[in-house]
Each structure stands twice: as C-alpha cells, then as structure tokens.
Design a protein around this ligand. Structure first.
Ligand code: 4AD
Ligand code: MG
Length: 452
C-alpha cells in the first residue's frame, strides 16, 4: 500500500518517492508518442500536479484517453523531475484508477475555459471547482484563522453569541423572524429572530471577562441588493472593558493590518491566481494598503468637505444625514485616497447604545471605510451610565423588546467599554480583489435569492 498525499504535500517531497494521490482531472493532453499528460488538482492548493500516463497502463486505451475535466482519480506512481518547464516535478504513474466519470461531459457546465463570475453564481454547487472560487475559498479559510489568531495572541476570549435571539441590537428592524412549524403552541414565549449582531450578549461577558470577541453568522432582512450586502454574513465583533472609542479604533486598525499581512504571507499563490483572473495588481495594492496611514476625521468635518466639494451626490450632504456609500467612497477614494475613519456621528442616526459625547449632540461611534468596499467596521464606545442609557431607551419609542437585562449590566458594576463589528465577507472581498460580495460567500443569500 502506498501512502496517500495531498498535492500540496507532494510538492515538498523528494523525487523517487512512491506515492498515491487522489483528486480530479484539470486537463488531459495526449502526445503522439504513446502517453498522456494529466493535470490533476485536489483543492489543497491552487497548483495542479502533472501525471504521466504511458500507454502501457492496463486501462490506457479503455479509460485514460477518455478522461475529461473533473473526472475523479486515484493515481499511484513515482515522483520524478519534470522534463517540462511549467513544473519542477511530476508523477510517472504505475496505476490510474477512475473513481467517478463526468456523465454526459458535453452537458457539464464547468468547462476548462474561463467562466464569468455571473455564470458561476448560477452554479453555486459546482463553482468551487474553478480556479478562481477555489482560490477565494482557501483565502477565506486562512482569513478566518488569521482573525482568531489575532485575538488569541491578544488574550481575548472567544464567545459564541446566540443565533436565536429576542433582541434587535441595531434597532433597524431588519429582522428575520423564526417560527416553529406544525406546532400550534409557540416554541418560545417571546418573538424570536435570527441575530443581527451579537453585541449585547458580548457586552454581558465583557463585564466579567474584560476582553471578548464573537465570530459567527449575522442575518439582515434589508432589501439592499448591492455588491456589498448579504442577507446572511459573518461578523467579527470585539468588546473591550475599560476602553474608550480610540482604544477600540486602534484594535480594529491593527486587526485589518494584521489580517491582510497574514494573507499576503500565507496565500501568495492564491492571490496570484486571483490577480491573473481579474487582471489587477492585487498583491501590490494590498502591500500599499499596509503602508498607508488611516485618516481620521469627525463626522462634522466629513460633512464640511462634502458640502464644499463640487461633486453631485444623489443625497445632498448636510449635517444630520446618514452618510451614504456614495459619500463614504468619495471621501475615502477621491478626497483622501486613504483608508478612513469617521467618528462622532449625530446621535439621531446611530443606535441608542452609543455613548453620548459631552456636546450632547453626537455619539462616540466610528466607522472605518476602505477603498472599493466602503464601510468595513462599525463600532464605538457604549453608553455605560445607567440613567443616560435609560433615557436613550425611552427616546427610542419603537423599542419593543425587553432589554432590562442589558440595563442590569449598567446597574451592576458598570465600566466604560467599547467595541466594534467587522464584516468578514467585506474584508474577504477586499483581500481577494472581488468586486461582488456574492463571490466570497460560499452560498450567498441576497434579497429574493436563496438558490440552494
Ligand atoms: O455597522 P454594523 O451594523 O454594526 C453592528 O452591528 C454593531 N452591533 C457592531 C458592534 O459594534 N459590535 O455592522 C458591522 C459591520 C459593518 O461595518 C459591515 O462591515 C458588516 O458588519 N455588515 C455587513 N456585511 C455584509 N452584508 C451586510 N448586509 C452587512 N451589514 C453589516
Ligand atoms: Mg454600520
């Protein structure tokens, strides 16, 4: 029995080693002199492994020369130095076992030609077979680890906040309601929703464990059919006790830097695949991002700049408006051409939990905006004063859910604390140079679309 290896591991083995590899055909080419080249992939890396199949193989004429893209195989053979210039090593096969054929290959949607991302979005169950979605999937995996690693090294505790909840943290009413079917009696007494944010639950643990974070799915029933909105997305949320607005901004900035650095280091080959696919300078752009300083401005300053600019916006900028993506992108991409932090927003446009500043008109909230994406991080300091929080909750007359437990956190040993949320798929769109967030979520859910 030969030992099985992934293709990624084969590339670090020595020549003459006898190995077994399992995977799928990327392409097959037959030479005129009695053998075929099979390029094989197994998803472990973006590289393919070249297999030399001689016509002396017992199933060469009956099977090997009929192989088409994405047939699955088990190959045994010896690692040898490749004669070709495209790869350093290849496998001289002694056995090729076909595990699965492609039925009616003429109808198979994934061919070896380049498919558009729009086309692939209509074949979600097959699209990870392409180089581009394969590369994005590996970067997604690495980014997930990079984020956990960042918090682990800084002694934050990871906490899984619930997916089923009775509260509407952001107060935007963009909730998916959950109901039990086939049962007359309600399962939970309270109205139950899919979480829009784990922040409140995170705050409760922050009040004892000081530095906590959660990382899981969030759901928003907002009818925003844009390149940066998903109805189901992953959010990273951090909450820090004894911390003010600036403290949380610094951590969010470090998180962005450290994650991008990690991806450049660990996923260079996949970034090159993505660069080739999109024809952009992805790696160079990411490296440039690391060198740029974040510009930090007040909301009021942002409005002044927008008012003075000659640019026509769909929504006219004036103090009090909620900044739209067109405003954020103008400031970030055209005006400053730099990652941008906007802080101290009018209290009326932000949720009740944000801390009221001394001017009593603004709250200590901040958004981080990056080029091509727009808002990637939203957060700030929380209102920790019990009376002020109570007053703010009363002001929001549409608040229906029972949040007395949230007020308890202020009544029992309150401390100043701050935190933020970062959209995982938005960061992934940025690091993979993807223009549409639907391409970085394995099974995207967007308004009206739940394909599988
Ligand atoms: O700005 P948001 O709504 O903030 C919160 O939910 C806070 N409770 C977070 C906190 O302070 N703990 O969402 C945070 C981030 C946004 O900046 C954005 O990157 C991402 O989550 N996000 C989305 N990403 C994809 N699709 C959507 N529909 C998103 N909505 C928000
Ligand atoms: Mg926000």
């Amino acid at each position: 029995m030969y030992k099985s290896y992934s293709i990624k591991d084969i590339f670090i083995l020595k020549t003459d080693e006898i190995v077994k590899v399992k995977g799928w055909v990327q392409s097959r080419r037959d030479s005129k002199t009695g053998f075929s080249f099979i390029n094989m992939k197994d998803g472990s890396c973006g590289q393919t492994l070249q297999i030399i199949a001689k016509n002396s193989l017992k199933n060469y004429f009956t099977e090997v020369i009929k192989l088409t893209k994405d047939c699955s195989l088990e190959v045994e053979g010896k690692i040898i130095v490749s004669q070709g210039s495209k790869q350093t090593i290849e496998i001289a096969s002694t056995s090729i076992k076909i595990i699965g054929w492609i039925k009616k290959s003429e109808n198979y949607p994934i061919s070896s030609k380049k498919h558009s991302l729009e086309f692939l979005r209509n074949h979600l169950h097959l699209r990870s077979r392409t180089n581009v979605i394969g590369a994005i999937s590996r970067v997604r995996h690495q980014l997930f680890h990079a984020i956990h690693d960042f918090f682990y090294k800084r002694n934050f505790f990871w906490l899984n906040t619930p997916i089923l909840t009775s509260n509407d943290c952001e107060g935007g009413g963009q909730l998916f309601e959950v109901n039990n079917t086939n049962q007359k009696k309600k399962f939970f007494k309270d109205k139950t929703f899919l979480t829009v944010s784990g922040q409140f639950h995170l705050e409760s643990y922050c009040m004892s464990m000081s530095k906590v974070y959660s990382f899981g799915p969030s759901f928003r029933a907002e009818r925003s059919n844009t390149y940066r909105h998903l109805s189901e997305f992953w959010m990273l949320e951090a909450e820090i006790a004894f911390a003010n607005l600036q403290d949380s901004i610094e951590i969010a900035k470090d998180l962005l830097h450290s994650s991008i650095q990690n991806i450049i280091k660990q996923c260079e080959k996949d970034l090159l695949i993505l660069e080739f696919f999109s024809g952009t300078k992805l790696l160079e752009n990411l490296k440039k991002f690391l060198l740029k300083k974040f510009v930090c401005i007040e909301y009021t300053e942002a409005i002044n700049i927008l008012e003075k600019s000659n640019k026509k916006f769909e929504e006219k900028a004036k103090w009090g408006i909620d900044l739209q993506s067109e405003h954020e992108r103008f400031l970030c991409e055209d005006y400053f051409s730099s990652p941008l932090i906007i802080k101290n927003y009018p209290k009326a446009i932000k949720p009740f939990y944000m801390k009221i500043n001394d001017d009593s008109d603004t709250v200590a909230g901040a958004d981080i905006i990056i080029p091509g994406i727009g808002e990637i991080v939203g957060g700030g300091q929380r209102e920790e004063r019990p009376e002020v929080l109570e007053h703010r909750m009363k002001e929001h007359s549409n608040m229906t859910n029972n949040l007395s437990w949230y007020q308890d956190l202020r009544d029992y040993g309150t401390v100043p604390h701050s935190g933020f949320g970062m959209g995982f798929e938005r960061l992934l769109s940025y690091v993979t140079g993807s223009k549409n967030i639907r391409d970085v979520s394995p099974f995207p859910r967007t308004p009206g679309k739940l394909l599988l």
